[in-house]
Ligand binder design. Structure first.
Ligand code: NCD
Length: 306
C-alpha cells in the first residue's frame, strides 16, 4: 500500500487544513447524530503494543457505536512477546480479513511500516515519540468548541515536548489551522529545533522556557505528562512542578475563558494539580475524552469508506 492512501492516518504532518476541517466537521456531525450502522459488518483490529486507557477504549467505543466489531490484541498475551515483529503481526491479522488496523507501538514509524506492507487501512494510535494524530484531532475539536476558529489564537503546549507524540501532532494540526503555538518546557525537554519542524503554513511556532511569562498571552494551555518510559525522568529537575506545573497558585492567574487541556494519563501534583484538573471552570480534560470517541468514529469511517 502506498503511504499516501487517503484511508490511512499515519500523522497530521502534511495533512492540509481542508482535510483536518473535513474530519472535524464529520466528527461533530456524528456526535450530533449519535449511534449509527455505517460500519455494520466491518472488523476493526486494535493492535495496542503499548499501554492505553483512553485511546484504545475510545477507538473501540467509536467502532461499536457505528456497528463494527473489534478485536483487541496487546503485546502481553500475543506472539509479540515471543519476538514476532510488528509487520509480521499486522500481515497475519490482515490475512484474517479485518477491515482496518489501529496500531499503537513504542516504535516511531511502526504504523508507516505496516501501511507499506499491508493493503488494509492503517490508523496510528500513537507511535513512540512520532505522532498521535487522533489525539491532536480531538484536541483541535475541543479547542474549536471552546474558542471558535483557531486562526490567530495562541496555544501553549507545556512539559515534555521532546518525548511527546501529542505535542508533535498538535504542532502540525494547530499551525495548519492557523494557530500560534508556544512550546514551553525546560531546555532539556524543548529547544529551538522544533521551530523548523513546521513548514510554511499559516500558523507559527515559538519556544519558551518560562511558563509564567506566557501564561497571560495564551488562549489555552495543554499540559503534558513527563514520558518516563521514554527516558525523560533524568531530564527533569526537582523543581519541575514549581517551574512548569499547572499548580493551583498558577491556575489562579487564569482568566475564566482560558482552558487547560491534558491528554491523560495525568500525574496529579506533578504537571497538573488535582484541584485544577477537577475544576470545571478551566479543565476540559473529560471533554477531550468525550470528543475522542467522535473524532475516532470519523477517522474509522475515513479508513473504511462505504
Ligand atoms: C498520550 C499518549 O499515550 O501518547 N495519552 C493518550 O493517548 N491519551 C499521552 C501520554 O501518555 O502522556
Amino acid at each position: 500500500m502506498v503511504l499516501d492512501d487517503p484511508r490511512n492516518l499515519i500523522g497530521l504532518e502534511g495533512l492540509p487544513a481542508e482535510e483536518l476541517r473535513r474530519i472535524l466537521d464529520h466528527a461533530r456531525a456524528l456526535r450530533a447524530g449519535r449511534d449509527g450502522t455505517e460500519l455494520a459488518g466491518r472488523i476493526v483490529a486494535n493492535l495496542f503494543f503499548e499501554d492505553s486507557t483512553r485511546t484504545r477504549c475510545s477507538f473501540e467505543t467509536a467502532a461499536v457505536r457505528l456497528g463494527a466489531h473489534v478485536l483487541n490484541l496487546s503485546a502481553k498475551g500475543s506472539s509479540a512477546s515471543k519476538g514476532e515483529s510488528l509487520v509480521d503481526t499486522a500481515l497475519n491479522i490482515q490475512a484474517m480479513g479485518v477491515d482496518a488496523i489501529v496500531v499503537r507501538t513504542s516504535a516511531s514509524g511502526g504504523p508507516a511500516l505496516i501501511a507499506e506492507a499491508c493493503s488494509t487501512p492503517v490508523v496510528n494510535a500513537g507511535d513512540g515519540r512520532h505522532e498521535h494524530p487522533t489525539q491532536a484531532l480531538l484536541d483541535l475539536c475541543v479547542l474549536e468548541d471552546r474558542l471558535g476558529s483557531l486562526s490567530g489564537r495562541k496555544i501553549a503546549i507545556v512539559g515534555d515536548i521532546l518525548n511527546s507524540r501529542v505535542a508533535r501532532s498538535n504542532l502540525h494540526g494547530l499551525t495548519a489551522l492557523g494557530a500560534q503555538v508556544v512550546l514551553v518546557g525546560p531546555p532539556t525537554l524543548v529547544d529551538e529545533s522544533f521551530i523548523g519542524m513546521v513548514p510554511a503554513v499559516s500558523g507559527s511556532v515559538e519556544v519558551s522556557h518560562d511558563l509564567d511569562a506566557v501564561i497571560e498571552e495564551v488562549d489555552a494551555i495543554m499540559m503534558l505528562r513527563i514520558q518516563r518510559e521514554r527516558a525523560s525522568g533524568g531530564l527533569i529537575s526537582s523543581d519541575y512542578r514549581r517551574m512548569y506545573g499547572m499548580t493551583t497558585t498558577r491556575a489562579a492567574r487564569l482568566r475564566p475563558e482560558q482552558c487547560v487541556l491534558h491528554p491523560g494519563p495525568v500525574n496529579r501534583g506533578v504537571e497538573l494539580d488535582g484541584a485544577v484538573l477537577d475544576d470545571p471552570e478551566h479543565s476540559v480534560v473529560l471533554d477531550q475524552v468525550a470528543a475522542g470517541v467522535w473524532v475516532r468514529a470519523a477517522v474509522l469511517m475515513r479508513a473504511m469508506p462505504s
